[in-house]
Write a protein that binds this ligand. Sequence first.
Ligand SMILES: Cc1ncc(COP(=O)(O)O)c(C=O)c1O
Length: 374
Amino acid sequence: MLPGPTNVPDRVMNAMLQPMVDHRGADFHVLYSEIEANLKYVFQTENDVFILTSSGTGGVECAVTNLINEGEKVVVPVFGEFSERLAEKIRRRGGVPIEIVLPWGTAPKASEIKEIVEKEQNVKAIFLVYNETSTGVTVRELPQVGKIAEENNLLLVVDAVSILGGDKLPVDEWKIDVCITGSQKCLACPPGLAMVSVSQKAWDKIEKIGKKPIYFDLLEMRKSASRSETPFTPALPLFYALNEALKLVKEEGLERRIERHRRCAKAFYEAINAMGMTAFPREEENRSNTVIAVNVPEKGDDRKVREIMREKYKVLIAGGIGKLKGRIFRIGCMGIISQAEVVMTINALGNALKEVGCHVNIEGGLEAAMKAFQ
Ligand SMILES: Cc1ncc(COP(=O)(O)O)c(C=O)c1O
């Protein structure tokens, strides 16, 4: 129940037990084409999609290094650990992040982004973390941000590492030029792959970029993709796994999968309320459906609680990171998630909190979770 890596279905695990074929041969070409087609379905895009042998950070770094020249201004809302890292990546690339710094637990508003975009001269792009995994906040106004980017002729780059496949994200409809996700979150695949979509508007910039990266060169990736290959040796077992994981998404149907995540998140939030606890995000509409962030109750030693959950109940959840260390619990509501996982997690969390001396209404929490599924 971590916010990544998440549980992997047996079918996906077993898919990795296949021969290490020639990645310049016919078998790989078939595998690559299948993944590519199903990725377009999951991203809801007609744009190009690429599979990178790297974790999510590599995907984000790929976007930064292919799209930003030295000295270029980029608007970046900063409202948690991952958006802070994004701003830092842009800075290290030599870009100039125009940061909209917000309290952790809140989400940037489209109007705030619009104001900065119109005030600042010569902004080239908006880089945005759609789901802040460190605070459990989703930017619900992303579609409006897409309109702002389009109207101002800016590129829109979205870090969707902890949300794609678990909540609404129609890449083309929302005018997202580059969208990045990771294998180990909502797609329920092992860690180690990043996926990136690239629009024509983004290509126009990439083709003229000054300093190109080597490992993450998107132009080389496009050249290789025309032969259904990757420029360098791909992590073959993970490609097999991703292929199977995407087939599972397709079998379930994206809409149904998103609805399942939404229902499980609702059950979590209602159970947490009923137990007498509070969610960390300030506004209800910005609460994430994929990462449930919960304030640690007074007297609730977060490390001890998680240790009891792990040892006694075999349930893993995460703690806070960065400035939220020790202050929140983070529960992954991603991938393989259903009533059973929600109820087991609520039961484990409630009992562990009770054991450390917190007053929580466990029965009320369980009842509320069950009711949410009826
Ligand atoms: C929003 C977001 N961006 C980027 C990353 C980095 O991904 P990885 O740890 O796979 O490199 C994460 C990881 O949790 C994330 O949640």
